[in-house]
Design a protein around this ligand. Sequence first.
Ligand code: XIL
Length: 341
Amino acid sequence: MIAPLSWAQSLRREADCTGILVGTAVRTSQFSESAYATTLVREFNMMQAEDVMKWSTIRPDRQTFNFTLGDQVVDFAQAHDMKVRGHTLLWGRHNPEWLNGADYNPGMLSELLRDHITKVVQHYRGKVFAWDVVNEALDENGEFRSSIWYDRPGIGLAGKGNAYIEQAFRWAHAADPDVLLFYNDAEGEAVNHKSDAIYAMVKDFKRRGVPIDGIGLQMHIFDLQPNVASIAANINRFTALGVQVHITELDVPLPTDASGNLRNPSDLLKQAEIYRQIAATCLSHRGCTALQTWGFTDKYSWIRSFFRGNKGSALLFDNKYNPKPAYRALNQAFGAAGCSP
Ligand code: XIL
């Protein structure tokens, strides 16, 4: 029988004690589900909207800014003394159809993006403490992805490398000089071509005074053998540049059959070990200041639909909110770094 979870030993309690933020992506539609809300409040001191601060939700049409659902995230967080990360102001994906389909010239697109970044950042000023300003701008080789903002047609800086990213950071900083600004991406967790490119960009931005405060390592771990030593070396080189590292979207999908059953039940222990190692790595770097998972219950995780039913069980709690070995491992890693008696 699994011991019931208590406030005193929660992840949140351990994280508060070590001074690191521990967060999760949330779905506002689930706030009314009691087990969801109870677990969320007990275990985390930070949250991020999984989808509802993206263009696809905030901008149903060109004229409208709809902050209703994003505001629900802020209200819930404030009611429970949790911090809010904002996600995301510029991304080539998950944009509304009216934006994708339209025939813009760079001048119009630049004005549209400036206006969006300004209004959204100002709306959440003092409520969101850190923004993923730009999401997934690079491909796995570290080249700039083609997107509406970069080169289709782009905001007037097509072919000029990270100039459009720099512009977005400058607009965000002008809208709220106090909010922390992050570049967030996947596949650059370890030292590789992609993280080399992100590193070069951040180094250049710091040297020229472009307002960037941190990088988000998404950390969707799709195989069960991440190179943790290389991830540690990568975190090390970024923090040495004077930027913070946030682990922003940690999850560890496991192979399942079509009904969602694990192909190898022993994978749960491998998964737990990965969560432990990633947490321990973050906790051992002063500049790694937040660790966030991409959801917390397997009941609501993007993984099953993303992998068309072949993977699942990626998170800390099962469908019934029972803690999995991964939860225990994460909790122990935080406890070992902090103040557990
Ligand atoms: C995903 C959400 O989890 C899904 O609900 C949505 O349908 C698509 O986006 N990288 C990111 C996140 O930065 O915004 C993505 O979230 C997952 C991959």
